[in-house]
Design a binder for this molecule. Structure first.
Ligand SMILES: [Zn+2]
Ligand SMILES: [Zn+2]
Length: 96
């Protein structure tokens, strides 16, 4: 991502790194995204040189969603579903 301008003070934002955010740990930061994505999210982090405001930009998800969403087979019917599903989407049985 090219250099950006701080929304707060108009200063220049510098790229300070790319981090993997763990959904469980950083749920407070990204809120409802935790329902859309599971596992780790890559973000580019920018910092304003003037007011030190931090900005996070989500990196585009990898093409293959099976890399980011853990899937396990249903113990009742064997259909693959997301690890954190409360019920099997195929047979409706409660999991765990
Ligand atoms: Zn700023
Ligand atoms: Zn099932």
């Amino acid at each position: 991502m090219e250099q950006d301008i701080c929304l707060r003070c108009g200063g220049s934002m510098i790229h300070i790194g790319r981090e993997q955010l763990q959904m469980g740990k950083y749920g407070w930061l990204i809120g409802s995204w935790g329902h859309l994505l599971s596992g780790a999210l890559s973000v580019d982090i920018y910092c304003c040189q003037d007011c030190k405001k931090l900005e996070f930009y989500a990196v585009d998800p990898v093409e293959d969603p099976t890399n980011t969403i853990a899937r396990v087979p249903c113990p009742h019917c064997g259909t693959l579903h997301e690890l954190d599903d409360a019920k099997c989407p195929h047979c409706g049985k409660r999991l765990y």
